[in-house]
Design a protein around this ligand. Structure first.
Ligand code: F6R
Length: 614
């Protein structure tokens, strides 16, 4: 979610930290800060806004300290503000922490620490870590063995969630302790000291030989050496990786473009979006800010959005109506705002927007609220207008999306909407606790299933090669598959400029079938579902007219090979979750065709990442 840097060595830390943070800013950040050991204390400076703001402030101090940590934040808990910016410190200010990830049990830890007298100054989950380390350090000191590394290990043993951590302590000058779980930490020894970062890009100027920490491992950086430890505190030999990347490659994490990098981040997005949502067997979305009674009263849902976010809404309709049995309409925001939809106090309007600032979606939110609806936002940007103007909000944990075409934020939206559908069904008594638990587990499994799809691109490449010279393509499916096909067609046309349309497969014979001729690509979502046989009939009709069929099918379904020219197998999932898995090969398919046609997949023509005009 955020960026971490750290340095200990023979040089002033301040410019090295600022340079590292600037390198990480390409991800898009809302606040930044550093903690630098100076004399026998730690100086902390934070600023809301860009790293340049922080650099400007730091120029007045010009700290000489040679050990420090820094952070650029992409807000998850608590709005972007100076108080919520990292580093966070202990009560005594002698321990400073920067953190990437999400501490799922932070509320209970915070309550417990407050009872023991700790004072908190931010809304973040991270601050509990500083206080936990403070307690552990004091206990070890009282026992005659003060040890920052041990205290960090004690603290992380209490934490549930994901973390990449870098910690300094006034009593141990020149030492940085780092550790991680499900959030990257990279360490390297340069000519002038030890460096740490959450991303190789921040340290490739200092060294090309890096150690990527594994989950549970620790590193203790000193100016002249770095020591590595396993979970049990035993010393280990690190595996050193040599990187040859130039700056551009490093920014893209070694991927050739941001789109591919972001497609590959999707398993992480699924895991982060689900983290902390199932508490004692019950689904919790505190941000909804609605009582169970209010949720129980909802009798109509509108999902309003534009573009890809609208397609996430189409998927949600199937789920909300299927599980919660609440009538749900999905509407593009630019239409919704100019008609007179039926809204009552028991109507829930769900506004979906990656950027959180799409003009039509915002206008529709305002209109719906004036008409008396409760509005719930789903967005990727903390503190964005959609978040501010909605009654409640879920943040998709996609992290900043740089490629113009939405991929990981779409998947984050679909997972968030799935949670919302389950929540509504749970509140209205349509899903029992055991059913919610089972669904949640299967939803969580989709992260691994997406990983499997991502590791198996050969069939997608072959299908793309066969379709790349077409002038037009049709995407078809039924049920969930029809919603997915709309997104597949949009992805293809926006990045490859190949005309593509999506149709509910049953509609083919009512018109679009006239388009079919020898070699015309028809991309079908033909995963195992209650409407599988119907989709197969549509494939046969298309093939009989010469169409070239590309089928997205379920692993183990070999019969599909009799009906399609190219088959892309994906792992079996419950139909309700098939949109999550089936969307991923279509993203890769669109990208492969766009590249084959010589297009810039990250910045397609005529498009902007955020559409703030009508
Ligand atoms: C397509 C795409 C757009 C956006 C649309 C809405 O890949 O990214 O169609 O989905 O412009 O934007 P948000 O979600 O920011 O409201």
């Amino acid at each position: 979610m955020c960026g971490i840097v750290g340095y200990t060595g023979s040089q002033a830390a301040q410019p090295i930290l600022v340079e590292g943070l600037t390198r990480l800013e390409y991800r898009g950040y809302d606040s930044a800060g550093v903690a630098i050991q100076n004399g026998d204390g730690i100086d902390v400076v934070h600023r809301k806004g860009k790293v340049a703001e922080l650099a400007h402030t730091l120029a007045h101090f010009d700290y000489e300290g040679t050990c420090g940590i820094g952070h650029t934040r992409w807000a998850t808990h608590g709005k972007p503000s100076e108080a919520n910016a990292h580093p966070h410190t202990s009560c005594a200010g002698d321990i400073a922490v920067v953190h990437n990830g999400i501490i799922e049990n932070f509320m209970e830890l915070r309550e417990e620490l407050e009872v023991r007298g700790h004072r908190f100054t931010s809304d973040t989950d991270t601050e509990v870590v500083a206080h936990l380390i403070e307690e552990a350090y004091r206990e070890r000191a009282a026992a005659g063995a003060p040890d920052l590394l041990g205290a960090v290990a004690d603290a992380t043993a209490r934490v549930v969630g994901a973390y990449g951590l870098a910690v300094i302590c006034a009593n141990e000058p020149g030492t940085i302790v780092v550790t991680r779980k499900d959030s990257p930490i990279v360490v390297g020894q340069g000519a002038h000291g030890g460096y740490v970062a959450s991303d190789i890009i921040a340290l490739i100027d200092a060294t090309r030989d890096v150690v990527v920490l594994a989950d549970g491992q620790f590193a203790k950086l000193r100016p002249e050496s770095i020591a590595y430890f396993d979970e049990a505190g035993r010393s280990i030999e690190p595996t050193v990786t040599h990187v040859d990347w130039d700056l551009d490659m490093a920014e893209k994490g070694g991927y050739p473009d941001f789109m591919l990098k972001e497609i590959h981040e999707q398993p992480r997005v699924i895991r982060d979006t689900l983290a902390g949502r199932l508490v004692n067997g019950a689904l919790t979305i505190d941000e909804l800010d609605m009582t169970p009674e209010e949720l129980d009263l909802i009798d109509r849902v509108y999902v309003i959005a534009c573009g890809t976010s609208y397609h996430a809404g189409l998927i949600a309709k199937n789920l909300i109506e299927g599980w919660a049995r609440i009538p749900t309409e999905v509407e593009v925001a630019s239409e919704f705002r100019y008609r007179n939809p039926i809204i009552t106090p028991s109507t829930l309007v769900v506004a979906v927007s990656q950027s959180g600032e799409t003009a039509d979606t915002l206008a529709a939110i305002r209109d719906a609220r004036v008409k008396g609806a409760k509005v719930f936002g789903i967005t990727n940007v903390v503190g964005s207008p959609v978040a501010r103007e909605s009654d409640g909000v879920i943040y998709t944990k996609a992290n900043k999306e740089i490629a113009v075409a939405s991929t990981k934020s779409f998947l984050g939206q679909v997972v968030s909407l799935t949670l919302l559908a389950m929540m509504l069904a749970q509140s209205q008594g349509k899903l029992r606790t055991a059913e919610v638990k089972l669904l949640f587990r299967e939803l969580a499994d989709t992260a691994e299933q997406v990983e499997t799809i991502l590791s198996n691109e050969a069939a997608i490449e072959a299908a793309a090669e066969a379709c790349k010279d077409a002038t037009s393509a049709l995407f078809i499916g039924r049920g969930m598959g029809s919603a997915v096909s709309y997104e597949g067609a949009l992805k293809l046309k926006e990045i490859s400029y190949l005309h593509a349309e999506a149709y509910a497969a049953g509609e083919m014979k009512h018109g679009p079938i006239a388009l079919l001729e020898e070699g015309f690509p028809v991309i079908a979502i033909a995963t195992k579902s209650p409407v599988y046989d119907k989709v197969i009939s549509n494939l046969q009709e298309s093939r009989a007219r010469g169409a070239m069929i590309v089928a997205i099918a379920t692993e183990g379904d070999e019969d599909i090979c009799n009906h399609a020219d190219h088959v892309i197998h994906i792992p079996p999932v419950r139909d309700a979750f098939s949109a999550i898995t089936a969307s991923v090969p279509l993203q890769l398919f669109a990208r492969a065709i766009a590249l084959a046609r010589g297009c810039d997949v990250d910045q397609p023509r005529n498009l902007a990442k955020s559409v703030t005009v009508e």
